[in-house]
Design a protein around this ligand. Structure first.
Ligand code: DGL
Length: 271
């Protein structure tokens, strides 16, 4: 692979600010990589949508990212991973790295009684349960769909009594099963970790698949000779919705105010 490919950006996509938890890991583990972050904020949340819609949105975004010349795509959206990526992998020419496989493998290293919190679409797909059981069939898995979390996080309602009450409601069935491990099955949810941690016994291990998918991406870059060895370009942030809203919500997690472009993701796929 030539220097140009090594210098190309890695595409990271989510429906909104959830992928920033993956981006944070990329900055930590892959400090030389330049990144193109895309959030489909005009259509968030994905997790309450039909499989057909999620497939269409993911196809549009993957196509758009390829048109931007990315060298690899990290799917920072579990919902897209669960519903769409099996089918879309064959259509896309750049390597695609996926959260659920990485998260499931990490979970079985941690415990035997695993809870997964995820969007309703991810939960209904059973993608986490299947991936965890494939990694270790002796592990028990309980999944809870959390429809209110993503809208609350996108509206920056994190430290409110309502969010805490909803979080307790979602965690209660898992606590009743005495889980020893909890997987963040949606990339938005690590943004709630200050709340969730106070509701869980200290013995419960938290698994953030972002850590593991980025480690897998680092390995893949090495293997393919695509790793950048020079300092990165500033991250390019693109959203389909209101750039000001994204800028305002994301500043707390990025530690700086990003430059955000608005882009049209819907004109990429030919009819
Ligand atoms: N952050 C995404 C996920 O990991 C999508 C959440 C949503 O849009 O509902 O599932």
């Amino acid at each position: 692979m030539g220097t140009n490919s090594q210098r190309a950006r890695i595409g990271v996509f989510d429906s909104g600010v959830g992928g920033l938890t993956v981006l944070r890991e990329m900055y930590r583990q892959l400090p030389n990589e330049s990144i193109l972050y895309v959030g489909d904020t005009a259509r968030v949340p994905y997790g309450n949508r039909s499989a057909a819609e999620i497939l269409q949105f993911a196809r549009e975004i993957l196509t758009w990212l390829c048109q931007q010349g990315v060298k690899m795509i990290v799917v920072a959206c579990n919902t897209s991973d669960a519903i769409a990526i099996d089918q879309l992998c064959a259509e896309i020419e750049v390597p695609i790295l996926r959260l659920i496989l990485s998260g499931a493998r990490a979970a079985v290293q941690q415990g035997k009684r695993v809870g997964v919190i995820a969007t309703p679409a991810t939960t209904a797909s059973n993608a986490y349960r299947l991936a965890i059981l494939e990694a270790d069939s002796t592990v028990q898995v309980w999944q809870v769909g959390c429809p209110e979390f993503v809208p609350l996080i996108e509206q920056n309602q994190i430290h409110t009594p309502y969010t805490r009450a909803i979080a307790l409601e979602y965690l209660t069935p898992l606590l009743e099963q005495n889980i020893d491990t909890l997987v963040y099955g949606c990339t938005h949810y690590p943004h709630l970790s200050p709340i969730l941690r106070t509701l869980l016994p200290p013995s419960v291990q938290l698994v953030d698949p972002a850590v593991h998918v980025v480690a897998a991406a680092a390995q893949e870059l090495d293997l393919l000779g695509l790793k950048s060895t020079r300092p990165p370009l500033p991250t390019r942030f693109c959203v389909s919705g209101n750039p000001d809203h994204f800028r305002q919500v994301s500043v707390q997690w990025l530690g700086c105010t990003p430059l955000v472009e608005q882009v049209n993701l819907t004109e990429t796929v030919g009819v």
